[in-house]
Design a protein around this ligand. Structure first.
Ligand code: NDP
Length: 498
């Protein structure tokens, strides 16, 4: 990692100092200290003082001032800020990836990919900023009509702990491209990479006040951001229960809100699937990120006639996966984010066992230090059991058999969620038919968990509201405005000349 002001000398894992970014100024937060630990061994990584109520208020005020001062910045100037941020993320990529591995426990291969994706997101939205257009709409009278987009003002971006830098970039980049100031609230378990990103954004020369980084507990700092009268929009990624609570506050404020929420995504194997591809893809879809992924393919639907064969292959594959610390490049399944979360996953598996589940592999936390939970496959459960309905957010796959397409579609859609789906087949007609019938914002056919910043992403049903990414992603941070330019030389006919 390159030289960044304020970082301690450790070049491998440069933990940022105990300061938060309030409207362009670094200082100790006014709230209680948050302790973050390395999930691989439990050691304390850093203590960061959380954001206080006064800090949120100041960040909002400075944000509005910064929006006012930068109102006339031209699109290519905004694009230059975003490109400079991307370049600094790329310069410091290895340090950011190592910091994120230390903070979240994720494997180093994955955090490198997330950092690269964050840089790509800033570059993409730089391009969008430069090329975004309004429209001349067809008039219905003697006037010209235009549809334009303006910044909302100060927006809140609330992100979860599972892919911090990528989800931070996914909100900050389009919001800045649209001309807003952003209050970023990272999850209290993983604040470090957002603070490191804040340092880079300042170094990149983004005008002061356009970004604040405000770590703190969700019900305190997050809630203060959502309720603040000066915050004009909130973009939230996290659990469905939290999203519902935020949506209710937004409704009272008549404030736009985007919600990227949980999932219980099905992966479907059709009888003609290439099983080598399918088994590898299903294992990746659930066990990469140790299952701590909103799009984790956590339910696998298998044809009854091939059930034992495919399940056997999945179990054999899961047992071979290498469980280990995130900073070991050979690790495939890294520790869970906290001991508390590992215990929650363990409790859900115990409940499934009590509900009659057969545990085909895994099924209990690994002994020793660190929050390790092995790849686990369950079956023998009814489709309405908790393990088939609730998001476990850990390395736990539930298998269900089906007979015929009608039962398959019913099972695939039989949860409150609608985030993603995988279909494994050689029959493109069946794939198209199923992709249309499955309730999911993203459908992967013969692949899984691939993402492109230029392709919109979001959920149906209780998996969310709105879309991120893609050219239109920037419009979610704007207010549309219509302009009418009168062309008639005569007065309006109703009053006539007076
Ligand atoms: P949470 O909903 O608990 O938290 C998400 C964020 O919201 C955190 O920053 C949290 O703060 C904050 N928060 C919590 N309570 C409030 C509140 N009352 N007001 C405002 N903010 C609040 O989710 P998790 O952190 O457990 O994240 C996992 C969830 O995120 C899963 O359900 C997963 O599916 C979902 N997710 C969805 C994605 C998508 O794109 N659809 C992508 C990634 C994850 P703190 O943690 O500091 O308390």
């Amino acid at each position: 990692m390159g030289p960044v002001d304020g970082f301690p000398a450790d070049p491998v894992r440069p933990v940022p100092p105990d300061e938060i970014l309030v409207g362009g100024r670094w200082r100790r937060g006014g709230g209680d200290p948050l302790v973050t630990r390395d999930p691989a061994d439990g050691r304390v990584l850093a203590e960061i003082h959380a954001t206080g109520a006064g800090d949120v208020d100041e960040a909002v005020c400075r944000g509005h001032e910064a929006v006012r001062l930068t109102r006339d910045a031209l699109p290519h100037e905004r694009a230059r800020w975003l490109t400079a941020i991307a370049a600094l993320i790329e310069r410091d990529a290895e340090g950011l990836a190592r910091l994120q591995t230390a903070d979240t426990g994720k494997s180093i291969g994955e955090t490198r990919a997330l950092v690269a994706s964050a840089a790509g997101t800033f570059r993409y939205f730089a391009g969008v900023a430069e090329t975004l257009e309004g429209a001349l709409t067809p008039p219905r009278g003697p006037y010209l009509t235009m549809s334009t987009h303006e910044p909302i003002g100060v927006v809140g971006a609330i992100t979860p702990w599972n892919s911090p830098i990528a989800s931070d970039a996914q909100k900050i980049a389009p919001a800045l491209a649209a001309g807003n100031a952003v209050l970023l609230k990272p999850a209290e378990w993983t604040p470090l990479v957002a603070l490191a990103l804040g340092r880079l954004v300042c170094e990149a020369g983004l005008p002061e006040g356009l970004l604040s980084v405000l770590p703190g507990p969700g019900p305190v700092t997050g809630d203060a951001i959502v309720r603040h009268p000066g915050v004009g929009k909130v973009s939230f990624t996290g659990g469905t229960a939290t999203g519902r609570a935020i949506g209710a506050i937004a409704a009272r404020k008549i404030m736009p809100v985007s919600l990227e929420l949980g999932g219980k995504s099905p992966t479907i194997v059709l009888p003609d699937a290439d099983l080598d591809l399918a088994v590898a893809g299903i294992l990746f879809g659930i066990f990469s990120s140790s299952g701590q992924s909103c799009v984790a393919g956590s339910r696998v639907l298998l044809p009854s006639a091939m059930y034992d064969e495919v399940l056997g292959r999945l179990v054999a594959g899961a047992e071979k996966l290498r469980v280990g610390p995130g900073d070991d490049p050979s690790t495939q399944v890294a520790p869970l984010v906290t001991a508390e979360h590992r215990d929650r996953v363990a409790a859900m598996v115990d409940r499934a066992r009590a509900d009659g589940a057969r545990v085909r592999c895994g099924g209990a936390p690994l002994p020793g230090p660190g929050n390790f939970y092995p790849p686990t496959i369950l079956d023998g459960l009814p489709a309405d059991s908790a393990a088939c309905q609730e998001e476990i957010f850990g390395p736990v796959l539930v298998a269900l058999p089906y007979t015929g397409e009608e039962e398959l579609v019913t099972l695939a859609n039989a949860t409150v969620y609608g985030l993603a789906c995988g279909i494994w087949t050689r029959d493109y007609r069946a794939a198209v038919r199923l992709a249309r019938r499955v309730e999911a914002g993203t459908v992967w056919i013969n692949t899984y968990k691939q993402f492109s910043v230029s392709t919109p992403f979001g959920g149906e049903k209780e998996s969310g509201l709105g879309r991120e990414k893609g050219r239109e992603g920037v419009l979610a941070y704007t207010r549309q405005k219509s302009l009418y330019w009168g062309l008639d030389e005569r007065p309006n006919p109703w009053a006539g000349p007076v």
